[in-house]
Design a protein around this ligand. Structure first.
Ligand SMILES: C[S@@+](CC[C@H](N)C(=O)[O-])C[C@H]1O[C@@H](n2cnc3c(N)ncnc32)[C@H](O)[C@@H]1O
Length: 352
């Protein structure tokens, strides 16, 4: 199921870039018109237009390649803030043998995938802390891919501090070199990764490329229902957008979570993907759905404000899908369960 991205208006940079463009036009006008009052009025109208144009950013829709470049810049801009906030702490922790940041359903499912000695790739691995933790749990070859050079650099420092053998590659996941194709038993995707993907089918296609036949795609994401909410002015909850929202969402708020304060930034673009779209993309690749659970577990600090509100949304979900060994085998699905996630291996155990 392809996600259609409408290109209504060409991306035109930030407010700071828009104003000089109007200034250039006004400078030309000034050479021919001497009426200062008229020129000042035109300038005010133009500035106002530039601000409105950029502020009503729900109408500005970038083409996917521009969006990915904007997002790369946004993550590189945010990276030093994350470094300041948690790098020293993580450096110390990873020096301790066997340190792991994994917990809850993520840890439970990873353990059930029996990752000891297995080759694991993580798409959108950020500073690699989860992949380094997986390596510390006994995984074999571990390779993480992330678009932010700055975050990958931080991850390499963590790996070096802990003496952990883990390859971290700075790349847009859509451009992962083909030498990694078919090399992995598990491809991992965790909280806050899918929303950066303009097209879920392409994303799952990348995971399929990387997996060995019989390999598993494991997604542990924030539930897309959360995208419908936002914090209101009093710290309460308001409806922000319909669950069935389809257009890309442009934000001028810097990427801030895990205790990083919010800040004004260059625009970045994210995409709301409803749960059925994620499942459809997996099934469209003829993968076998082994586990799908919607969970109460809150896996992102960004939604803590929902806890006291009593809205009790599904906070996260886990999905495990298997790349079929033979394309002739039929797709089997497991019904969603409440509470703890089930065992993606079912009663059969691992089938390779
Ligand atoms: C919220 S993090 C998710 C990873 C992990 N759960 C975490 O919280 O550290 C999202 C990551 O996706 C990366 N990212 C965004 N777009 C990407 C792309 N096209 N290719 C590779 N990485 C991308 C960002 O650089 C960022 O590190």
């Amino acid at each position: 199921m392809a996600v259609e991205v409408r290109r209504q208006v060409e991306f035109d940079g930030s407010r700071a870039e828009a104003r000089p463009k109007f200034d250039a036009v006004l400078a030309t006008l000034r050479t021919t018109r001497r009426d200062t009052k008229w020129l000042n009025t035109i300038q005010a109208v133009c500035y106002n237009f530039a601000d409105q144009y950029l502020q009503f950013n729900q109408f500005i829709i970038m083409k996917p390649s521009d969006a990915i470049s904007a997002n790369q810049a946004a993550w590189d801009e945010a990276a030093p803030r994350f470094k300041e906030r948690m790098h020293a702490f993580l450096l110390e922790r990873f020096k301790q043998q066997g340190f792991s940041t994994l917990q809850g359903a993520r840890l439970h499912v990873i353990q059930s995938l029996k990752i000891k000695g297995k080759a694991v790739a993580q798409l959108c691995c950020n500073n690699g802390r989860e992949l380094l933790s997986i390596k510390n749990l006994g995984a074999g070859t571990c390779v993480g891919f992330d678009i932010s050079k700055s975050l990958i650099e931080q991850g390499r420092e963590l790996a070096e501090a802990g003496g952990i053998d883990c390859e971290l590659v700075a790349t847009d996941i859509h451009h992962i070199p083909d030498r990694y194709d078919g090399k992995f038993d598990v491809v991992l995707v965790t909280a806050g990764s899918l929303r950066w993907m303009p097209n879920l089918n392409s994303f799952v296609g990348v995971a399929m490329r990387l997996l060995k036949p019989g390999g598993r795609l494991f997604i542990n994401e924030m539930h897309p229902m959360l995208d419908a909410f936002a914090k209101d002015e009093k710290g309460g909850v308001k409806w922000e957008r319909p669950y069935f929202h389809t257009d890309p969402i442009v934000s001028h708020q810097g990427i801030a979570y895990m205790g990083v304060e919010s800040f004004e930034a260059q625009p970045h673009v994210w995409y709301h993907h409803k749960l059925s779209d994620v499942v459809s993309s997996v099934l469209d690749h003829n993968m076998e759905l082994r586990l799908l659970d919607e969970l109460r577990e809150n896996i992102s600090g960004s939604y803590d404000y929902l806890v006291p509100s009593g809205t009790r949304p599904p906070f996260s979900y886990v999905l495990v899908a298997r790349k079929k060994v033979s394309v002739r085998r039929s797709v089997r699905s497991k019904p969603p369960r409440n509470g703890n996630p089930g065992n993606p291996e079912g009663s059969e155990g691992p089938t390779k």
